[in-house]
Design a protein around this ligand. Sequence first.
Ligand code: SAM
Length: 255
Amino acid sequence: MSEMNIAVFAADYSLSENAKALAERLNLPLALSDQESFDYLLVLTPDYLALQKTNDPSSPLYIDFLHGKINYRAKRASIKNETLARAMGLKGKIHPRIIDATGGLAADSFMLASLGFEVTLVERSPIIYVLLEDGMRRAKEDPHTASIVSRIKLVHADALLWLQELAKEDRPDIIYLDPMFPQRKKSALPQKKMLILHDVVGEDADASRLLNTALACAIKRVVVKRPRLAEILALSPVPSFALLGSSSRFDVYLL
Ligand SMILES: C[S@@+](CC[C@H](N)C(=O)[O-])C[C@H]1O[C@@H](n2cnc3c(N)ncnc32)[C@H](O)[C@@H]1O
């Protein structure tokens, strides 16, 4: 988990009470005239909730299913052209129970939901979780995205524990993992959103334990997204096969 110093801030005076309630819910301080003393601000605006670097407010991170990359990808997605969908072995008419156990900004879950699949998304960071709730709220109000996000169920939990506590009859067919990986200095810099995500959630040092938990929980398969050339997440077991995407690799563990 990260050591960032984060406070909630109301961008508009009329939102002060909502910002106060959010700060209490997240157990974070409320920034007033002392904004500069925090690394990040969780800014409540009339339109959305955003996480922004205090010294670089130019690119706030908020979840937008209606525009931008997430929407563009989902509009063009098909089982054939999405390596993740193929790695999951998805077929049009069969609807497996899918858990995205490392939800993040929900780009992958939104793509799967736009293909018609139901996904339970689990996210453990309370800050990313409230950004997801906010993105979902706006998407539910739009006729183009309402039916897509109705197929995503959000869960705020650490999947390491949550998966272990699932009742036998709730075990999913497929578990998908996309843990954070260390940033390499030589690689192309991740886009700003990923940098903010990295600052706030840190590295998922327990990802190999999560893989073992997922392997014990899923019925049919576990799919792990990795950088194209990265080592496998855990030495054993080895994946059954891997599919290469443009910048990622999907390691598939058949059960
Ligand atoms: C690289 S991001 C996932 C990005 C996501 N696939 C997307 O399409 O936006 C990894 C996320 O997984 C979350 N995460 C890591 N381990 C987790 C766990 N054990 N339980 C729940 N969330 C976890 C992190 O907090 C982070 O938000």
